[in-house]
Structure formats: C-alpha cells, structure tokens
Design a protein around this ligand. Structure first.
Ligand SMILES: Cc1cc2nc3c(=O)[nH]c(=O)nc-3n(C[C@H](O)[C@H](O)[C@H](O)COP(=O)(O)OP(=O)(O)OC[C@H]3O[C@@H](n4cnc5c(N)ncnc54)[C@H](O)[C@@H]3O)c2cc1C
Length: 504
C-alpha cells in the first residue's frame, strides 16, 4: 500500500490502482470537493434533518424541503459536471460512475440524488413512450439549473425486502383512461423530486411481485395551474446520508403514467434497482477509502510511546489489510459497473451475460458495504476516544456506511438473491473461465458445487461465508494488475467513448 495513493484522494486511487484515465474535468471536481464541497457537506450533516415546509403563507400545500442555501450549491455541482446529462446525451456511464465515486468519497448521501435521477431516467428512456415523454426526459437531462431530479419509491411500511407482499399502493384508471395512484411510501429518498418512479399494483393484478407495475409520477400534475401531485407527510430523522432528504409520501388520486407493460413491471424494477446497487457498491468503496485516509492522517499526527502512530507496525499492518480488502472490493464494484454498461439496454428475456452481471452485482452490493463499514469502524477506533466525538469528522463515516449497507437491499436479500442466480444459471464454469478463482481460493469452486447439490436448510445458514469467499475471490482476481489493465480500459464501446470526447 502506498500512502501517497491513500492521501491522494479518489482520483489518485482510480488512476493508480485501477488504471482509469480520469478526465481533467473530474480532477477539477475533486479539487472543488477538497476546497469547498467537503466542509459544506459536513455542515449539512451536522445540521441534521432538514425542515419540511408544508404550507405557504396563503395556506396552500407546497411540501417544500428546506435546506440551507449551500445545499443547492453542493448538489448542483455534480449535475453541472454532467452526472446525468453525460448519460442522457451520450450514454456515457463510465463518466457518470467515476463522478459518483468521487462524490461518494466525500458524501455518499449526496450521491443518492444522482443515482436515483439516473435510475429514473433508465426506465423512462427504455420503456416509456406515452404522453410527456420528451418533457420528462428533457427535465432529467438539463445542463443548467434548475436541474431536474428523479426518485425511485417502492418501499412501504410492511418491509422493503419483500416488495411482492408489501406494496399496497393501488393503480386504477380514471375515466377508463388515465392512471391514478392511491397509497403511501414509507421510505422515499430525494423527496421533492420532479419525477418519481413508483411501484404500484394495478386493480385486478395478481398478488406477489409479478403483479407490480411501475409508474412515473411527476411532482406537479398536468393542467393549469398545476397542482401538487404527491404529498410529503414528514421527513425522516436519519443517522446518516443527511445530504439527501428521505420522507414519507402520500399518493392521493395521483396522476401517474404507466411505464411499458404493466405485466413487465417487476423486470423494469429489477433493472433500475440493479443500477442503484452498482452505484452503491462504487460509492461505499470510495467512502471507506476516505475513512482510511482520515485514520492515516490522524495517526501521522498522534505520538504514542515515543513515535508517530503511523509508523507503528501493528497500525501499519491493520491499515494495509483494510486497504487491501477495499482494493478487492473496488475490483468487484467496478466489475459490476462495467458489466452494467454491457447489459443495460437488454430486455427480458435476458442473456447469460445479464445473469452473470446480476450475480456480480448482488455480491458487490453486500460485500463492498461490509468491507467499507469495517474500514470505517477501524478508522473510528484509530482516532481513539476522539473518534466518537461528533465534533470530529470521523464518526460520520460509520453513520453514512450503516445506511448504505441497508438501502438498495440488505445483506440478507443479496445473499439470497445471489444464491438464487447461482441455482438458476450454470455460472460456475463461466466463473472458472473468466477468473482464475482457484489461484485465490483452491477449494472455493468445489465447495460451491457441493453446496448447490445440498438442500436449502443445509446451505442457507452458511451462505454468508460461502458468498463472501466468492465475492472476495472475484474482487481479488479483478483487482490483479494484468487483469485490471484490460478491464479498466475495457473492450466495450461505452468505455472507449468515455475515455474519448467526454474528457475535456
Ligand atoms: C435512509 C433510507 C432511505 C431509503 N430510501 C428509499 C427509497 O428512496 N425508495 C425505496 O423504495 N426504499 C428506500 N429505502 C428502503 C430500503 O430499501 C429498505 O430499508 C431495505 O430494502 C430493507 O427493507 P426494510 O427496512 O423494510 O427491512 P425488512 O425488509 O423488513 O427486513 C428486516 C430484516 O430482515 C432481514 N431479512 C429479510 N429477508 C430475510 C430472510 N429471508 N432471511 C433472513 N433475514 C432476512 C433483512 O436483511 C433485514 O435485516 C430507504 C431506506 C433507508 C434506511
């Protein structure tokens, strides 16, 4: 591990460890975070839950989220740099993901609005061909403020892991034509967004996940004058990710636009969630690296037993171990990101590449979150008693990473879903042929094959250790220098377009 890379920020890591040619524009973006962005982000975190102004002075319902003015400045910087329009105009996913990595290094909560805006753009672009399509796409892809924002609202009070059972929001036709929604969403991030993708069950649809359809719900209804089309019941007081407002939503006869075919809703839903999971995996690795950098800087200035803590062998060993695991986690996260670029335009029924992408993404979501959270906890420990004082910046890393561990699906969900992919698709041979996993963990593939022959009751209790080994082995193999060179510069068309025109 090189201290220079660790202290050089996210761009240094992306360039040196992963071999990316990071555009100059993103170097300037990192410099802005160092000069201004991070201190604003700390102030917003300390400010706690933003306020919700529900009514204006005339008593009209406005449901406006009130942040300090610096929030808009902070948020706009990423939109201005192109996090959404680079995708909307040129399908330049790599640029957007690199930008998300840098944002999350400093503030993973702030990366959420970018992620959900992109996750709104995906099904709108791919599947929605109804009224206002051009308007919706244009709003999301604005190059100048006010930037349009998206959101993805599925979870209701009963639970997010089992959407098939717990989504009760009802979709029905008004006058036999336009769709309306009635229901509540319990966790709604980026609340206040101009356009949300909402999961609902059309009247008469079957129970379970296959009865879910996806709808676009604009903040303001069509018509003159436009009316508020969804209501914010309250904002959530959260331990972390305070740079994105999360609220509870009420949909009351809300104007809605059906995305694609109602019966295919579950596929669209999984597609957009898979993107958010990729973004989450990249983001937590970046934030974990920042925690380690903060630990190292602290250790440099801490003198214990006559010398700097940063020079002590036990400290150095532990730092190197966390760094190494984050490097592997980065390998896995970027593998899932590059996989996404290759399959994002696919539609059901999907290819074998899509199944592999799904497996990698489930592994990446749970394992990167775990590795990054462990790195952050260690970093707090390195700050000793100072680490748990909220006047210092280090404890925040744990708070942020506790949230990112849960949203976009919890560890259990991804273990179970990853296992389901392995059971359904013959991927073991493919894994063997793509990465030399036996060189990393000789008994891994035999153990996986053996487990696949066992009944669920026998396998499930051991799933975490088995899939952790798989995640680590793939990440380790992907992060190995020769493989890394090929993979970081990729052979896909999207990667070459990114290192080209978008860089200036
Ligand atoms: C800050 C924040 C913002 C969010 N924003 C959004 C948003 O914008 N849109 C949205 O749709 N959702 C959002 N969510 C919801 C999030 O996706 C859910 O919290 C998550 O999916 C888990 O659902 P749950 O909290 O209801 O837990 P549950 O689904 O009730 O799960 C409870 C526990 O059971 C475990 N579990 C589940 N199944 C099993 C099993 N088979 N075996 C063993 N254990 C199991 C889970 O891992 C978890 O530990 C947000 C959540 C948070 C915290």
């Amino acid at each position: 591990m090189s201290e220079d890379i660790l202290l050089g920020g996210p761009v240094s890591f992306l360039r040196t460890e992963l071999g990316f040619s990071v555009p100059e524009r993103l170097l300037a973006y990192q410099a802005w975070w160092e000069a201004e962005g991070f201190s604003l982000s700390l102030a917003i975190d300390r400010g706690g839950t933003p306020h919700l102004q529900q009514y204006d002075a005339q008593g009209q319902r406005i449901d406006k989220v009130l942040y300090p003015p610096s929030y808009e400045y902070l948020l706009n910087e990423g939109y201005r740099a192109g996090v959404v329009y680079e995708v909307a105009e040129r399908h330049n996913w790599l640029f957007s993901m690199l930008l998300g990595f840098i944002t999350s290094y400093y503030d993973p909560g702030l990366a959420c609005p970018y992620t959900v805006s992109l996750a709104t753009w995906i099904p709108t672009y791919k599947y929605y061909h109804g009224p206002r399509r051009e308007e919706f796409l244009t709003v999301l892809a604005r190059r100048d403020p006010p930037f349009g924002q998206g959101a993805t609202w599925m979870t209701e009070i009963g639970g997010g892991s089992d959407l098939g059972t717990h989504v009760h929001t009802l979709a029905y036709r008004c006058n036999g034509k336009e769709w309306r929604l009635e229901g509540e969403k319990y966790f709604a991030s980026n609340v206040g967004a101009d356009l949300a993708v909402v999961a609902a069950r059309p009247q008469g649809a079957p129970p379970g996940p296959r009865g879910l359809a996806l709808f676009l719900v604009p903040r303001l209804s069509h018509g003159n004058p436009p009316q508020l089309n969804y209501f914010v019941r309250r904002l959530k007081p959260k331990i972390g990710t305070r740079s994105v407002p999360t609220g509870e939503i009420e949909l009351r006869h809300a104007e809605a636009y059906l995305i694609g075919e109602a019966e295919q809703g579950i596929y669209y839903l999984m597609e957009l969630l898979n993107f958010s999971r990729v973004a989450n995996a990249l983001g937590v690795v970046a934030h974990g690296l920042h925690a380690l950098a903060q630990a190292y800087r602290f250790a440099q200035g801490r003198r214990l037993f006559g010398r700097s803590l940063a020079e002590q062998p036990l400290f150095r060993h532990e730092l190197a171990q966390h760094y190494q695991r984050l490097r592997w986690a980065a390998g896995l996260a970027w593998l899932s990101a590059r996989g996404f670029e290759g399959v994002w335009l696919e539609r059901a029924p999907y290819s074998a590449d899509y199944a592999l992408f799904r497996l990698i993404t489930h592994l990446a979501k749970f394992w990167t979150a775990k590795v990054a959270l462990a790195a952050a906890q260690w970093s707090v420990e390195i700050w000793g008693g100072l680490g748990v004082l909220s006047e210092f910046p280090i404890e925040r890393f744990v708070r942020e990473l506790m949230v990112t561990d849960i949203w976009e699906g919890t560890r259990h969900r991804h273990l179970l879903d990853g296992w389901e992919v392995l059971q359904r698709y013959p991927l073991i041979e493919k894994l063997e042929s793509l990465w030399d996993l036996s060189a990393v963990d000789a008994s891994l593939l035999p153990d996986l094959k053996h487990a696949l022959r066992q009944p669920e009751e026998v396998v499930l209790p051991h799933l975490e250790s088995l899939l952790t080994r798989l995640a680590q082995a793939i990440g380790q193999s992907a992060a190995r220098p020769p493989a890394l060179g090929m993979w970081a510069h990729g052979s896909s068309s999207s990667s070459s377009s990114t290192s080209g025109g978008s860089n200036s």
